[in-house]
Design a protein around this ligand. Structure first.
Ligand code: PTJ
Length: 248
């Protein structure tokens, strides 16, 4: 899947690999027209972070994993960029949590839904996993949202108690929070509406954030929810870490 021309010793290999994954996904018809713009914005923030998982992001990832593990009906939401950049990690985390993934895209067309669902199902099989992949037959609407972006599965996002929503649109994040769910956001922009409104926000590149959670699960198994976790304080720390890099 990752046969790129660049050598792994290249200093920007990880970044080149992510761009390559997006190019492949674009050719398969998985991406929104604005996917590259969204990615470019993320890259700019990641540059300020030093393209690494910061201390505050690691703490958020721990709380996120604990919250998803403690949930009764967690669901992991997949959009075009996430399917392109971190499909395997999303499936592996869903497998660890014994929960479904649900393809739920902002710019919804039948062609994109089919391309993303096919990709997820192919990778599920290639990894030898049997994670339920939802999104093919939405039978419910997220309250408070209009149009195709509200479509979801009753047995998936609608009745979940905790959701992981990487690179999420602000309106939809808000609507999920308003439903009383624990909403775990992954977003490199600590100032985005989703980052601000989420219950827990991991300010990190999506594949790094997911790998941090998978590693924690592998090493520690069950992780405890920290009752004193302060979303706003952790988010501000992420912002401070970026601002500090501008002064260096
Ligand atoms: O597949 P669809 O139709 O659901 O569309 C997906 C995109 C991402 C195009 C859509 O949701 C969108 O336009 O998103 P926004 O409003 O541009 O927000 C994306 C957010 O994710 C921005 O705050 C970016 O900084 C951030 N971001 C981009 N790439 C990454 C990222 N965060 C973490 N990891 C990344 N790789």
């Amino acid at each position: 899947m990752d046969d790129i021309a660049a050598d792994p010793s290249h200093p920007r290999y990880a970044s080149l690999l992510m761009r390559h994954r997006l190019e492949v996904a674009a050719r398969k018809g998985m991406l929104a027209d604005s996917a590259m713009i969204a990615h470019g914005r993320g890259e700019a923030f990641d540059y300020l972070l030093g393209e690494r998982t910061t201390d505050s992001a690691a703490r958020a990832a721990r709380q996120a994993l604990a919250t998803l593990q403690a949930a009764e009906r967690p669901v992991l939401s997949i959009n075009g960029n996430v399917a392109a950049l971190a499909c395997d990690e999303m499936l592996q985390l869903a497998n660890h949590l014994s929960c479904p993934v649900e393809v739920n895209i902002f710019y919804r067309t039948p062609e994109r839904m089919e391309a993303i669902l096919d990709h997820m199902n192919e990778r599920n099989q290639a990894l030898g996993l049997t994670v339920p992949v939802l999104g093919h037959a939405p039978d419910a609407q997220i309250p408070g949202l209009k149009g195709p972006r509200a479509a979801c599965h009753r047995d998936g996002l609608l009745n979940s108690d905790a959701v992981l929503v990487p690179l999420e649109d602000g309106d939809r994040c808000n609507a999920l929070v308003a439903m009383g769910k624990s909403v775990v956001v992954v977003d490199l922009n600590p100032l985005s509406r989703s980052a601000q409104q989420g219950t827990i926000t991991i300010v990190d590149e999506v594949s790094r954030a997911l790998n941090a959670m998978l590693e924690l699960a592998r090493v520690e198994g069950e992780v405890q929810v920290d009752p004193s976790y302060d979303h706003a304080a952790v988010l501000n720390e992420g912002l401070a870490e970026m601002l500090a890099s501008l002064k260096r």
